[in-house]
Design a protein around this ligand. Sequence first.
Ligand code: GSH
Length: 233
Amino acid sequence: MTEHAPILYMAPQTCARVSLTALEEIGEPFETRLIAFKAGEHRRPDYLAVNPAGKIPALDTGRGIVTQSGSILLYLARTHPDTKLLPLTGDPLGDAATVSTLFRLSSDLHPLVTRFVLPGMMLQSDEAAPQIRAKAEELLIQQLQPIAEQLAQQRWMLGPDWSIVDTYLAWIWFRITGAGFDAAAFPEIAEMTGRANDRAAAKRALEHEARAQQDLKQRGLAFTPPQVTTQKS
Ligand SMILES: N[C@@H](CCC(=O)N[C@@H](CS)C(=O)NCC(=O)O)C(=O)O
């Protein structure tokens, strides 16, 4: 296979932001391909050939395709150790703990984001959407509590230094607070994710997204999640 600069398949405001930020942190040339969900581009044969799951992000590394945010971030961290995306040392137990935090975000928290922000995606009809959202909110609080407690003791999720898991949490925080999650409930997370978003690479990733969003808008393909309120019993 011909080697080329990495190509990230992405869409603005999605979890692809974390991989996009990782590429910006690395600072080497890369390209992006914008996938318009509203046009169903993620279900088209040419994209399913990249990622049969029909989800973004996917990273065409030039030597093969990597899917799943956790795998993309691990791949980028291992191929660019100097960037310190993750504090991997080669110690199996220490590295397992680092990867565990990454999976906690991608496997435990991320699915709750979808249920909180887009509960209608889980259903044939919108009737149960408020209950799904309320349950997701309860589980989000349960998951975020120990992270907030840890952040009261240390500057970043993995200790004194920033890592890409902080940016992952910043995306989760952006999505849920943007959909009505009470930001005041976890000031430590609000403060840390604010610092993660202030990094130069994070700002470049947001600028990149803004250009992609503008492109979608001009084509009438910008995605706006439906508004659902949480049912309080
Ligand atoms: N476990 C996957 C989840 C990816 C995912 O759900 N991506 C969303 C965007 S945030 C997507 O492509 N959704 C389109 C769909 O599910 O149809 C990962 O971590 O990469």
